[in-house]
Design a binder for this molecule. Structure first.
Ligand code: G3P
Length: 217
């Protein structure tokens, strides 16, 4: 399973990269706004800064909702760096654009996916990745992990190569559940990745080993 970090915060990206287990980055307009990045030039520079930290796919989201706009933005984003993946919303115009990008060899991440039917459309259009938002599904009183299982099954049935990128992860448990379900990638906040380290028996065991080591002289 690949680990992506779901943030536009450069310090957190550097911290995750230093762990040695980071495979890529996802961003979205909300995450970019949170970092106070304003204006087209600053946004584009920020994506390049992220690409210079992590040698892996970096999702950069388009803001247009019409085919021509999505294509124009996506082509400009893809030219920024070889690792840019154009993030496109799950709407009719988005699916048309994903098919266009796929034919041109431009990588895409179909975002805002909340059902297996939407994931099927994304795969048929040739999306490189599909992003089911599992935390937001849980928030609405459904089971986000169950959706991952369903998409894994559908993609296996037909041999789709679109990677399942579990997004809107809220906890280390979500990561493990998505791994069990067979998601190809989990994109997570740094806190969820760091949560995977934690087990009280590890801390107790290490303290005991270090205490006993003192007896070794
Ligand atoms: O990048 C998309 C996704 O991970 C958003 O997560 O926490 O805003 O639901 P969240």
């Amino acid at each position: 399973m690949k680990f992506f970090i779901d943030t536009a915060n450069l310090e957190q990206i550097k911290e995750a990269e230093a762990l040695g287990v980071l495979d890529g980055v996802t961003t979205n307009p909300s995450l970019m706004a949170k970092e106070g990045i304003k204006g087209e030039a600053a946004v584009l520079k920020h994506y390049v800064d992220i690409c210079n930290i992590v040698d892996g796919p970096v999702s950069a989201e388009v803001l247009s909702t019409d085919f021509d706009g999505i294509v124009r933005e996506g082509e400009a984003l893809a030219k920024l760096h070889k690792n840019i993946v154009v993030k496109v919303p799950m709407i009719k115009e988005g699916i048309k654009a994903i098919k266009y990008f796929s034919d041109k060899g431009i990588k895409t991440n179909c975002t805002l996916v909340f059902s297996a039917g939407q994931a099927l459309l994304a795969a048929k259009a040739g999306a490189t990745m599909v992003s089911p938002f599992i935390g937001r599904i849980d928030d609405s009183n459904w089971d986000g992990v169950q959706l991952i299982e369903q998409i894994v099954q559908v993609y296996e049935n037909y041999g789709f190569v679109t990677e399942i990128l579990a997004a809107s992860i809220r906890s280390p448990l979500h990561i493990v559940q998505c791994a069990e379900a067979g998601a190809d990638i989990a994109t997570c906040p740094l806190t969820s990745i760091e949560g995977l380290f934690k087990h009280p028996l590890t801390d107790i065991g290490l303290a005991k080993f270090l205490e006993d080591a003192k007896k070794m002289g």
